[in-house]
Design a protein around this ligand. Structure first.
Ligand SMILES: Cc1ncc(COP(=O)(O)O)c(C=O)c1O
Length: 460
């Protein structure tokens, strides 16, 4: 197939099945079914190879903040590729990396002024853990190396990031992983009935479990705690009030670095540049990626406090870490343009002024017997499905297979809504649409979900 001819659908199907190894994909499901092939996007919509339109309810993969088909972003990439396609940040710099680092430091809270670029989220998480270890070695606390993270949290697939991930089924095939990581409870209040009426007490309890884990492991050995502002896996767990403030106190008390993993939550997803700003805390590091370019080029970043960089400014010192494509000239040019558009179009304000409407529209689904919980913040929601609303009884494994994957996931797509059905915790549907969406898109999501979830209930 040449670029000047129309793509041949049969050829694409055959070649996809014969050669393309898709990520996190059961290839057997395509033995007797077509691989969905997405060819184009415009605004909040994507189109498949047969011309069918879908509402991009997941922003690709929590990525497409500004939506699709933005020629300004494509042009920024093309202009940079013509000017300077590549040069690494290994002892050299280029203008976009410099200016983007300055800009991100301006947006980031407090003294988070040092920006280390990567090519994506997992690399940013790796970078944060390596920096934590290295920092403590250089500052006379060489035993501090362990990481605490939360149950069911996803932090990436590289061996370090996977070790920090709290999803045993994703890890089992790759054990032994990097040792020295430990899990604490997440902030799923729907599954913490003892605290059901008192989110503050729940937040206090959940944060205090971090102190317990640090004590159990020995404070001299713990380097960092990794937390998302709103935990994605499990279906959007926002923090209870006071949670992050208590975590900050604990980290200060035990000299443990607080890492805000904002690979999803940064760049407007929660109506602010960073989730930390929304919930009023100042971490020691932020990891980010995805929405930084709205997906028009790959890029990630680890943002560290001035204090963490200090030992690396000593004569001859170096953070011996890097990625060939980290801070790529084209990606950083795209990120600059992306952030220009955020400002010109007041994207953060748009999310903040529409998020209540988004929430209210999804909340309508609570009248369905299968909808147990609707939770999230900003443009980031999870809808938890249950068999019994009163007891909150969840699906069996067989029901997850048959209903969630066998029906809900496929049928939502067939009805024109691209989003995600997930059972990494309890069964949920995840929504993270482009930040340009408004009431018309919220209504469309609600309508498709209503039809499909209604039918799913009858299959239970
Ligand atoms: C919170 C979090 N951290 C890390 C990652 C890994 O990012 P990537 O897939 O870009 O490596 C993800 C991916 O979704 C994520 O959600």
């Amino acid at each position: 197939m040449h670029s000047d001819t129309q793509p041949d659908y049969e050829h694409l199907q055959r070649a996809a099945k014969d050669h393309l190894w898709m990520h996190f994909t059961r290839h057997s499901s395509y033995e007797n079914a077509d691989v969905p092939i997405i060819v184009r996007g415009e605004g909040a919509y994507i189109y498949d190879a047969q011309g069918k339109r879908y509402l991009d309810g997941l922003g690709g993969l929590f990525v497409s903040q500004l939506g699709h088909g933005r020629t300004e972003l494509a042009e920024a990439a093309a202009a940079q590729a013509k000017e300077l396609a590549f040069h690494p940040l290994w002892s050299y710099a280029h203008p976009n990396a410099i200016l983007l680092a300055e800009r991100i430091a301006g947006y980031a809270p407090g003294s988070l002024n040092r920006v280390f670029f990567s090519s994506g989220g997992g690399e940013s998480v790796e970078t944060a853990w390596k920096l934590a270890k290295n920092y403590f070695k250089l500052t006379g606390r060489p035993m501090k190396h362990k990481v605490i993270s939360r149950a069911i949290a996803y932090h990436g697939t590289t061996q370090g990031a996977l070790s920090i991930t709290g999803l045993p089924p994703l890890k089992q095939q790759f054990e032994p992983l990097v040792p020295s990581t430990f899990r604490v409870p997440n902030t799923n209040i729907y599954r913490a009935p003892l605290f059901g009426d008192d989110p503050e007490a729940f937040g206090r309890w959940a944060a205090d479990q971090i102190a317990v884990a640090i004590e159990n492991e020995g404070p001299d050995t713990v380097a960092a705690v990794f937390l998302e502002p709103v935990q994605n896996a499990g279906g959007c767990f926002p923090p209870p009030p006071g949670y992050f403030q208590r975590v900050r106190e604990i980290c200060d008390e035990y000299d443990v670095l607080m890492v805000s993993d904002e690979v999803i939550c940064a760049f407007g997803r929660l109506g602010h540049m960073f989730g930390a700003e929304r919930y009023g805390y100042e971490p020691d590091m932020i990891t980010c990626a995805k929405g930084i370019t709205s997906g028009y080029a790959p890029l990630g970043a680890m943002i560290a406090s001035d204090e963490l960089m200090e030992p690396f400014l000593e004569d001859g010192a170096m953070f011996a870490h890097g990625y060939t494509f980290g801070g790529h000239p084209v990606s950083t040019a795209v990120a600059m343009k992306n952030l220009d558009i955020f400002e010109e179009e007041k994207i953060l304000e748009h999310v903040r002024s529409n998020e209540d409407a988004f929430r209210a529209t999804l909340e309508r689904l609570r009248d369905l017997p299968i909808v147990g919980d609707v939770r999230g913040d900003g443009y980031f929601y999870g809808i938890e499905l249950v068999k019994d609303k009163a007891t909150r009884e969840t699906f069996t494994d067989e029901e997850c297979e048959r209903i969630l994957f066998g029906f809900v996931s496929k049928q939502l797509f067939a009805e024109g809504l691209y989003c995600r059905a997930d059972d990494r915790g309890d069964p949920v549907i995840q929504l993270s649409p482009p930040l340009i969406c408004d009431q018309q898109h919220f209504d469309e999501m609600e309508q498709v979900l209503r039809v499909v979830l209604d039918k799913a209930w009858s299959l239970l």
